[in-house]
Write a protein that binds this ligand. Structure first.
Ligand SMILES: [Zn+2]
Ligand SMILES: [Zn+2]
Length: 390
């Protein structure tokens, strides 16, 4: 075992044996929709059509396959013929970079283009569209859906390694349904093929790379919009600690769009809330003065040091505040909250990361700024470790 530990790190240096290895994901698309009819069209070249696993025909590039769920079976029509399937229809592009355009007609929804194969399955009496895509095509699609256009390339690279890491760490979320991931926030938002060249370049340049912690476990690449100048420890927000999710000072987000916020509420409302929820005694002048005047020098977990302890997390939820990081002062009949940041504050601060990328930091620097003691490794090496594990 000792020998193995010595040998393994040198394998990292050899680079990726598995780079370029064929990796695919199965993603249920339009997962939140109940679709009963749709048209499928090849994108870039012809499509082989299979019914219940057997090849039944070919779809020419100018033809569409109109499918419908009828009496528990799938019926499909093209210009030249018709097919039925009991469990699934599979559309396999013939060209390497081919894909499938999916146009739901009942209900009528806008078209999406998916890279790779589309399988139309009947699961529990309803249609499911499952996209079998190369991992890297899926990652590009997620990066585009999450980050949008006009971002620096290093930011796209950072997103690519985070999305890839998340996808692999969560690939069993839908195991019971017969696929790996859905296309909603529940997994990662995915609208299909990416069409921004810079995103494809970022995905290629980080091909196969994932982020692991000191124990070679895929990390939960948690993120939020803006930390307000200081990120949070995971255990202070979700009670479970992660060594790589530790609070850190962040000055990169301070001039960004969600760096500050202000909210004003009635003084009586505020005091009554604290009295009824936490038993604050309104006849205790010192306690009342404190809850009307707060100037924390750093992030805190409780409103004041005095008992009863009032968790800022709860205050944020109850009053729908942007963050738990705020100053308080009284103004006439009101209490004014001057806040910093937006979101839970754990892990990567997106606006800070974007600013770092614009300032010329590379994606590796940015990762290490927000996640402690993490490493970038190639997927192939990760699998090697797992197979070789205790
Ligand atoms: Zn999901
Ligand atoms: Zn920040």
């Amino acid at each position: 075992m000792f020998l193995r530990k010595v040998i393994l790190p040198s394998l990292f240096l050899l680079g990726s044996m598995a780079r370029g290895q064929f990796q695919e994901v199965q993603v249920a698309v339009l997962y939140d929709r109940s679709i009963t009819a749709a048209t499928l069209i090849g994108s870039k070249g012809p499509i082989t059509v299979m019914a219940d696993g057997r090849i039944v025909g070919e779809l020419a590039p100018n033809d569409g396959l109109r499918i419908e769920l009828k009496g528990g079976t799938l019926s499909a029509r093209t210009l030249s013929g018709s097919y039925t399937a009991r469990t699934k229809l599979t559309l396999v592009p013939r060209m390497k970079d081919g894909g499938v355009r999916l146009r739901p007609s009942v209900p009528k929804l806008s078209e999406h283009v998916y890279p790779g194969v589309i399988e139309v399955r009947i699961i529990n009496g309803r249609l499911r569209f499952v996209n079998e895509a190369r991992l890297e095509d899926y990652v590009a699609g997620v990066v585009q859906s999450e980050a949008g256009s006009d971002k620096p390339e290093e930011y796209y690279k950072l997103q690519a390694v985070s999305c890839r890491t998340y996808a692999l760490a969560n690939a069993r979320k839908h195991e019971g349904e017969g696929f790996e991931l859905c296309d909603q926030v529940h997994c990662q938002v995915y609208h299909g093929r990416a069409d921004i060249p810079l995103i494809h370049a970022a995905v290629q340049e980080t091909r196969g790379m994932v982020v692991v912690d000191a124990n070679i476990r895929l990390i939960h690449a948690t993120f939020h919009s803006n930390c307000g100048g200081e990120t949070m420890n995971a255990e202070d927000v979700w009670s479970k600690a992660e060594p790589y999710l530790q609070g850190t000072v962040d000055t990169f987000c301070l001039a960004q769009p969600h760096a500050t916020w202000r909210r004003s509420i009635g003084k009586a409302q505020w005091l009554n809330y604290l009295a009824s929820t936490y038993g604050l005694r309104l006849d205790d002048k010192d306690a009342v003065r404190e809850v009307l005047d707060q100037n924390p020098r750093c992030r805190e977990l409780y409103l004041t040091a005095r008992r009863p302890l009032i968790p800022l997390k709860q205050v944020r939820d109850d009053w729908k505040l942007n963050s738990t990081y705020f100053f308080i002062h009284a103004e006439g009949d009101s209490v004014v909250f001057d806040g910093r940041g937006f979101g839970h504050g754990v892990g990567l601060c997106q606006e800070g990361a974007m600013e770092m990328a614009r300032d010329g930091y590379d994606f590796n620097d940015i990762l290490h700024h927000y996640y402690r003691d993490v490493h970038l490794i190639d997927l192939g090496n990760l699998e090697f470790f797992r197979e070789d594990g205790p």
